[in-house]
Design a protein around this ligand. Structure first.
Ligand SMILES: [Mg+2]
Length: 278
């Protein structure tokens, strides 16, 4: 049974725990429930995705530049994220879903290799596990991570009296700044960072994309998983400090990791890094 070098793990969900982004699964499930207008909905969704991607790349072209700061770069997406969500709500893409249906969709989400084993072992060792996600459905995440986490912090769909989603969303976590705000609410920093290890809580955050960067850079241990293209470009353009963890890299309690992006290819590498065999 491994012993872990952290007290708390806060993790992103889409493409950190899940193999693929689940937003499109949500919309396709909603469309399946509305058979008579399915083709029309999916065509409108494709258009929406293109609309979003065009603007996303425009923001990258304008702001992914060392003349700006990484904070300004990430802030430049705020308006796009807010406008996109309003379009998703206005077009009713998420109408007609039920909580039971979303849980079932969640249970079928394909997860990255090792996630179930690592999260279960951490919880068994007393590590508190929380999910912090900008996904639109907390219920889908709960379905995917039953028994694997203590708490999910995300957005949630609104339902009518019959238990069907209205297409509207209770929004709590949309931008990179929102993630950082929630993360800080969920972590109690000791007044003196040197206290970590003797009484202080040591928190690890793991995510896969640029919306995770503010938290990754803020956490005691900040981990980027995978090879997201914009994330890698962001590291290069802003010359952010990184440390690639290999199979044999082990956590060193005397080292300060805060502010360095720990790069991992898999949950298994992270598990090796954090665990000390008894
Ligand atoms: Mg993600």
């Amino acid at each position: 049974m491994p012993k872990y070098s952290i007290d708390k793990l806060i993790t992103d969900f889409d493409e950190t725990i899940s193999e693929r982004d689940t937003i499109s699964i949500l919309v396709h499930t909603a469309a399946d429930n509305r058979e008579h207008e399915k083709a029309q909905l999916l065509a409108a969704w494709q258009e929406m995705v293109q609309w979003y991607l065009t603007r996303y790349h425009r923001v990258c072209d304008a702001w992914l530049n060392p003349r700006h700061s990484i904070v300004d770069f990430l802030k430049a997406f705020e308006e796009l994220e807010a406008v996109s969500i309003q379009r998703v709500i206005a077009k009713g893409f998420l109408e007609g879903l039920t909580r039971e249906g979303l849980k079932a969709v969640g249970r079928n989400v394909v997860k990255k290799s090792g996630v179930d084993r690592v999260l279960s072992a951490m919880r068994a060792d007393g590590v508190e596990v929380e999910i912090l996600s900008a996904n639109w459905s907390e219920t889908l995440i709960q379905g995917a991570t039953e028994g694997l986490c203590d708490r999910v912090i995300s957005n949630s769909l609104m339902y009518d009296a019959a238990g069907c989603s209205t297409g509207n969303i209770h929004l709590h976590v949309v931008s990179a700044q929102d993630k950082l705000r929630k993360f800080r609410e969920r972590t109690k920093k000791p007044p003196n960072p040197d206290e970590i290890g003797d009484g202080g809580i040591r928190t690890l955050y793991i995510g896969d994309s640029i919306s995770d960067f503010l938290v990754i850079l803020d956490a005691d241990l900040g981990v980027l998983i995978g090879q997201n293209r914009t994330a890698i470009q962001t590291i290069e353009r802003f010359r952010l400090p990184t440390l690639q963890l290999q199979e044999e890299t082990r956590f060193d309690a005397s080292q300060r990791y805060q502010g360095t992006i720990l790069l991992v290819d898999s949950w298994n590498v992270l598990d090796n890094f954090l665990s000390t065999a008894e």
